[in-house]
Design a protein around this ligand. Structure first.
Ligand SMILES: [Mn+2]
Length: 355
């Protein structure tokens, strides 16, 4: 599948070819789902540069592309790329400035006479707006995560370790239909919950703990990302106070998320509930991110972020309060931006669950 959505960029940039190396960008542009491969896109067609581990798969998944086996052509990916450019008489190549290593860039520069032009987020910006097919895959990934959530609730009890719960949660997603690579779950408990990206440990869950689960899966390569924080036993007054503030932050954010909203305005909406409370210093201002074939993508919700939501952007929204040594709460949903509002793909209540 040659992605026609790049054509306007070629027209506007006047660059003759676009060299893509990041796996999600290669997949989006060509349909090829393998790794360690790259594509060269031109307005007239695409070249997929790979090695014999992937040639059969590439023929099946990217039938419109000209396959180049770099082991046979040049012996390195950069030499093969330079060879294709010479053959096609390509004089300018855009490349992903945040993906090419210095070594690769140097090698390519030595091998080609074409002008090398750094680009940023060309495919990411196009990719941020999802097609109906992409939305169906994202919806399926979110539904799988939600079903896994209800299953893991039965396992959370005093004495079970964070690692055991993380392993079960991952397996539930696969049994519920996810691709076999559920990603790095954050499943942490008690005082560990103030660690924004804490790693599941041997810590055993205790009565009164928060258990924070930030996790997701892929369905046909498309990702879900959700977070819920529950309490084991009865919540203390302070736990409930912090939880209710985060819930308000989330719901105030969701209320403004629609086509035309600037990302910075979502951030501003999220802090209304805490700005006059002692908890304000404990929020984190990275509040959400686009999501699709990769987990953290444009547009990002941050203070001052000028990006404006367009219809069919899919994004997370994940406010939290993190109090070092005490614990933290995060609640994260994943939504489709629509005209006049959004559709929430995470259909699990925002209310505090006491187990
Ligand atoms: Mn997230």
């Amino acid at each position: 599948m040659f992605n026609e959505r790049l054509i306007p960029w070629f027209r506007q940039s006047k660059i003759e070819a676009l060299f893509l190396k990041k796996d999600p960008n290669v997949r989006w542009a060509s349909g090829f789902k393998g790794k360690d491969s790259c594509v060269l896109m031109t307005p007239d067609g695409g070249f997929l540069i790979t090695d014999p581990r992937y040639t059969e798969q590439a023929e099946l998944e990217a039938p419109d592309f000209t396959l180049v086996n770099w082991r046979a052509v040049g012996g390195t990916m950069m030499k093969a790329l330079a060879h294709v450019c010479k053959e096609q008489n390509i004089k300018s190549i855009g490349f992903e400035s945040d993906a090419l290593s210095f070594g690769e860039y140097s090698q390519l520069k030595a091998e080609t006479d074409a002008e090398l032009i750094p680009t940023e987020n060309v495919v990411e910006n196009l990719r941020s707006i999802k097609t109906p097919e992409e939305i169906e895959d994202l919806r399926a990934a979110c539904e799988i995560s939600c079903r896994a959530f209800y299953r893991i609730l039965d396992d959370i009890r005093v004495g079970v370790t964070e690692k055991e719960l993380a392993a079960k949660l991952s397996s539930y997603m696969v049994f519920e239909g996810a691709d076999t690579k559920p990603y790095g779950n954050i499943l942490i408990s008690g005082p560990n919950t103030s660690l924004l990206h804490g790693i599941p440990s041997e810590r055993a869950v205790q009565y009164g703990d928060f258990v924070l689960m930030d996790y997701g899966c892929q369905f046909n390569g498309y990702m879900s990302d959700m977070t819920r924080t529950v309490v084991v036993g009865k919540a203390s007054e302070k736990q409930r106070e912090v939880y209710d503030l985060v819930k308000r932050m989330l719901e105030d954010s969701l209320a403004v998320m629609k086509a035309g909203t600037k990302c910075k305005d979502v951030y501003e909406a999220s802090v209304q509930a805490i700005k006059d409370t002692p908890y304000y210093p404990y929020h984190y201002n990275g509040l959400g991110h686009g999501i699709g074939l990769f987990v953290h993508e444009v547009p990002f919700i941050r203070p001052g972020a000028a990006a404006v939501y367009e219809e069919n952007v899919v994004t997370t929204i994940e406010p939290g309060l993190y109090i070092p040594g005490w614990g933290g709460v995060r609640i994260e949903d994943q939504v489709i931006i629509k005209d006049g509002g959004n559709e929430n793909l995470i259909r699990v209540s925002h209310d505090l669950i006491e187990l």
